[in-house]
Design a protein around this ligand. Structure first.
Ligand code: ADP
Length: 261
């Protein structure tokens, strides 16, 4: 009788061990798939700007160097390509840190109205190039203090406004507003009347490297990482990000922050 009981418990132990090993292997497989996919995406993103830069350098070496004006033009274009590479590598570095949970938030008390106004001032010219009017609805011209990582939130606001311009219509508008909600929260909204996003893609736009129109957004520049960085940053703050959009009508991105006492 004793022997049977011992055998039963041994069998259970062995089964448990095997089950755990199976789960471990599954996790490793998922990670390996993820790693492969990530590396593939990275290589793909870097390829285009690298070939562009190499193209200009080879043309210069091939004789274009002799003409002073051509030389300058090609060097400027190559430099633009390098800028794009730096931009992509920075985004990759950021997403890796965020996904590994390596990002330490530096929370501090700051005025969110002032931060949004600063980003607004920096991007107004960029928007004007596409005839897009930026408006900042400052219902409260006094200040609203929040408790968050200022630099990261600046990146969130920048990415969302840049997107509203990138995917905005010529002559369109982007409205930014901040609402002081009850229950110690603030909500920042960025609303555009641009191309909008089809329903089936709405849940996917926060995935890294996901783009609705592969060629279109590449033309506009970007890494396909902007929104996943935004989502990670907001979630690291234990806050929420929302999107509402209608194809051909426009999009509204909004996120919450914690008010500071
Ligand atoms: P990127 O802009 O570099 O392609 P993002 O992660 O910032 O990458 O955005 C992912 C995709 O979501 C974009 O390629 C675009 O298709 C869509 N998208 C983002 N913001 C907007 C917007 N304001 N209006 C319409 N589409 C948008």
């Amino acid at each position: 009788r004793q022997i049977t009981t011992d055998m039963d418990s041994l069998t259970r132990e062995v089964e448990k061990f095997a089950e755990n090993k199976k789960l471990e292997i599954e996790t490793l497989k998922v990670r390996e798939e993820y790693r492969k996919e990530f590396m593939g995406n990275v290589a793909h993103e870097l390829k285009t700007p690298l070939f562009t830069v190499q193209g200009y350098i080879l043309t210069l070496l091939d004789g274009a160097m002799k003409d002073k004006s051509v030389r300058k033009k090609y060097l400027q274009r190559a430099s633009k390509g390098v800028d794009r590479l730096i931009y992509i590598v920075k985004d990759l570095d950021m997403i890796t840190k965020l996904e590994m949970g390596d990002l330490v938030l530096n929370k501090e008390k700051f005025n969110i109205i002032e931060l949004v106004q600063n980003v607004f001032d920096l991007l107004e010219m960029k928007a004007a190039k596409k005839n897009i009017t930026l408006t900042f609805d400052r219902k409260y011209d006094n200040s609203i203090f929040v408790n968050a990582d200022r630099e990261r939130i600046q990146q969130v606001v920048t990415n969302l406004i840049v997107n509203s311009v990138k995917y905005g219509k010529e002559g369109g508008t982007t409205e930014i507003s901040i609402e002081d909600l009850i229950k110690n929260k603030v909500i920042v909204r960025i609303t555009d009347n641009g191309e909008g996003i089809a329903k089936e893609y709405l849940t996917r736009i926060f995935e890294r490297f996901f783009r609705v129109d592969k060629s279109g957004s590449r033309k506009e520049g970007g890494s396909g990482l902007g929104l996943s960085i935004v989502k990670h940053i907001i979630e690291a703050h234990n806050e929420k990000i929302y999107v509402e959009s209608e194809l051909g009508v426009g999009s509204e991105f909004s996120f919450t922050l914690e008010k500071s006492k």
